[in-house]
Design a protein around this ligand. Structure first.
Ligand SMILES: [Zn+2]
Length: 310
């Protein structure tokens, strides 16, 4: 049975950085956002984190052979149809309360379970990491019988998340042809509430969930990684964290299938809090996001301005 650490949370919450650091640990194989593998990799042949096209990456070729007898045997249209049918935020209440999931949920989860098991075999890793983030997918994976699912719920201050969603970021894997999605602060605030609440619900359904505040992770990466290691059942030794220095991490090449452009970073990466939102998010938007997200910001221990907490 594959042991899977699923990194969950709203996009721009820091899951890619967490994944990159986890991927440096012995016994861990980081896969990127597997949710996008079907379209962006199998169909569109975008770049793997190692820099090769998906079809040219030896790691993923072996995973595809083990999982499906080759990626050409995956019915991507079927995956998309199943995704539309079951992996939607609006389906979470049903997924969370049903006594048994419909067959489509099991069928969809099985595509992921096969990728995880094959990746664990090919890499020899104890733990595979999927940083797909989507809360609805985590609720689907709860029903997969052959996954030891452990969810790391990454939370970042909603105002920092909102600011990040307003910025333009190009997608290097498309060689500059496309930009990443942008959301207005109001929209990202609503999504922040919905996705974070969904991970709370997952924990109530008995799934192992470890909550990680991104700001804490950046401030104390060593101790936070050790905590995640414990949660994932890894027996880490102090030397296993030698890639971490004072305020930086040294990253090796990974095979992240899809996700944030940071998946291509190799070498020294500075670890510092990005608090640009404090000065750059307009006051009106800051108040809006703070007010919409106030109850959960407070629950997670984030400080609120007086005018945000009304
Ligand atoms: Zn690769």
């Amino acid at each position: 049975m594959a042991r899977v650490v699923f990194l969950g949370g709203l996009g721009r919450s820091g899951t890619t950085l967490v994944e990159r650091l986890l991927g440096q640990l012995p016994g861990v194989c980081a896969l990127g956002e597997v949710v996008h593998l079907w379209q962006r990799d199998i169909r569109d042949d975008e770049r793997c984190g190692c820099g090769a096209r998906f079809s040219g990456c030896a790691f993923w070729r072996r995973v595809g052979e083990r999982a499906f007898g080759g990626w050409n045997h995956v019915d991507v249209d079927r995956v998309h149809a199943l995704r539309d049918a079951v992996e939607r935020t609006r389906h979470i209440p049903r997924l969370a309360t049903a006594a048994e999931a419909p067959p489509e949920v099991h069928e969809y989860a099985d595509f992921y379970a096969r990728v995880y098991a094959a990746a664990a075999e090919v890499s020899g890793a104890e733990v595979v990491v999927d940083s797909s983030k989507h809360s609805a997918l985590a609720h689907v994976l709860r029903w997969a019988g052959d996954i030891d699912l452990r969810v790391v719920h990454v939370v970042r201050d909603a105002r920092g998340v909102a600011y990040s969603w307003t910025k333009r970021v190009s997608r290097p894997e498309t060689d500059g042809a496309e930009e990443m999605t942008r959301y207005s602060p109001g929209r990202s605030a609503m999504l922040w509430n919905a996705h974070n609440a969904a991970f709370g619900l997952l924990a109530k359904r008995g799934v192992a969930v470890h909550r990680l505040r991104y700001e804490e992770f950046l401030a104390h990466p060593r101790s936070e990684l050790l905590k995640i290691g414990d949660f994932a059942g890894l027996r880490l030794r102090p030397g296993d964290l030698a890639f971490l220095g004072n305020g930086y991490a040294d990253l090796g090449v990974g095979h992240s299938a899809a996700g944030n452009p940071m998946r291509f970073t190799v070498g020294r990466l500075e670890l510092r809090r990005d608090d640009a939102w404090v000065s750059s998010l307009p006051a009106k938007q800051r108040r809006l996001v703070g007010a919409v997200c106030a109850p959960m910001l407070r629950a997670y221990g984030y400080p609120l301005l007086k005018e945000e907490s009304r």
